[in-house]
Design a protein around this ligand. Structure first.
Ligand SMILES: [Zn+2]
Length: 398
């Protein structure tokens, strides 16, 4: 049996590239996990997700426990078999969406009580139940139940919330059944307050988790504040364990976080953007719906080798998205996931070569240069090509 483990192959400043070993296959880090909210990465077959270079995907416990139900998924062989994903899966605890999606939710020291957004049934999510549901799903990586501290929060509010999460982390640890190749991650909270982040990290470290997530970010604090929190949090995390930044983010966020020692990410941005006409390219984000693409025979991103960039024109993609054709969502999602995985692979290479700082500088310069300037005279510079924000919208999932 494969043991759950993390090996760091190279370091470059605070950044690391490595390999996570799990019961369901390895994960090269830094890694991006596409979000498969309802046991599917929207618009993608599992094979197509694999082909983008993804080693691991994320599933949403809140959604799956309500439909089709964790017990049913367990009877059908677990989430991986149910959705036919061959690699490892990480599941969240369900707490974030129970708080953000359901009506009449209340949180106390026992857990979260909420009414299902699907059928109105009253449910109680405790740390033990969150671990139990993820066990039924047969998640490769289980997350502890925590409270995602709202932003903004006063130091007192953030402290109370973080200490509740710490108490829940301890209960989650006790409820988790260790199995070879499976892991349990703790989640650092504490808002934007360095002392609270340090206290949270120390408390979790004492519980000896297989990995450590940084939670409560990408909730509206902005990139600069997020990176500052990582600056003060990462040094408190055990160096030899994987670090996961939850719910982040835009390509530039990923580069900044990797430079600060983060190894794993998840975000709905590439998949959700793919369904609304936003594409991430080597020259920044573009909106394929814009009129300037209507007659453009070129590929979406000439530096990409995905299905959408091989033979399809921007003009055709523009047409598909305007006509609301399913293929538009499929091709743009395919491209965006390829882009994210290529970015992670490029960062792994740069770390191994000791040139991540140069890579980051080049990345920033190309993003700033933009797609419009690259067209050398193409009109419509006034159009808004900015990407959608990374703020999670839990109602729709990935
Ligand atoms: Zn592409």
């Amino acid at each position: 049996m494969t043991r759950f483990g993390f090996e760091i192959a190279a370091r470059d400043g605070a950044a690391r590239c490595g390999r996570l070993s799990t019961a369901h296959g390895p994960v090269l880090t830094p890694a991006f996990m596409p979000v498969g909210t309802q046991a599917t990465v929207k618009a993608m077959t599992p094979d197509a997700v694999r082909e983008t270079g993804a080693d691991i995907i994320l599933g949403n416990t809140y959604h799956l426990m309500q439909r089709p139900g964790a017990e049913r998924i367990a009877r059908l062989g677990g989430l991986r078999r149910f959705m036919r994903w061959p690699g490892p899966i990480l599941t969240d605890s369900g707490g974030y969406q129970a708080m953000s999606l359901s009506e009449l939710r209340t949180l106390d020291e026992t857990g979260i009580t909420f009414r299902s957004h699907l059928d109105g049934s009253r449910q109680h999510l405790t740390p033990e139940r969150a671990i139990g549901v993820q066990h039924l799903l047969d998640s490769t990586i289980t997350m502890v139940l925590d409270e995602c501290t709202p932003f903004p929060a006063t130091e007192e509010q953030a402290a109370r919330s973080m200490r509740l999460s710490l108490a829940w982390a301890k209960r989650s640890r006790g409820a988790f059944r260790p199995r070879a190749g499976y892991g349990l991650f703790g989640i650092v909270q504490g808002g934007v307050y360095p002392e609270l982040r340090a206290e949270s990290a120390a408390g979790l470290k004492a519980l000896d988790f297989d990995g450590y997530a940084v939670g409560g970010l990408a909730v509206g604090e902005g990139q600069a504040a997020m990176l500052e929190v990582l600056d003060v949090t990462a040094p408190h995390l055990p160096a030899e364990r994987p670090r996961y930044l939850m719910g982040v983010g835009k390509p530039g966020d990923l580069v900044g976080a990797v430079q600060r020692g983060i190894d794993m990410f998840d975000c709905v941005l590439p998949t959700r953007s793919g369904r609304t006409g936003q594409a991430f390219t080597h020259r920044g984000a573009i909106n394929i719906r814009n009129a300037r693409h209507a007659d453009d025979p070129r590929a979406l991103d000439p530096e990409c080798r995905c299905m959408a960039c091989r033979g399809f024109s921007r003009a055709y993609l523009h047409h598909l998205v305007k006509a609301k054709e399913i293929l538009g969502a499929i091709l743009l999602t395919t491209h965006n996931l390829h882009y994210y995985q290529d970015l992670m692979a490029a960062m792994r290479e740069a770390i191994a070569a000791g040139r991540l700082a140069a890579f980051a500088a080049e990345f920033a310069a190309r993003e700033a240069g933009g797609d419009i300037a690259a067209l050398a005279g193409a009109a419509a510079a006034d159009e808004d090509d900015s990407a959608t924000e990374a703020a999670p919208n839990p109602a729709n999932g990935g």
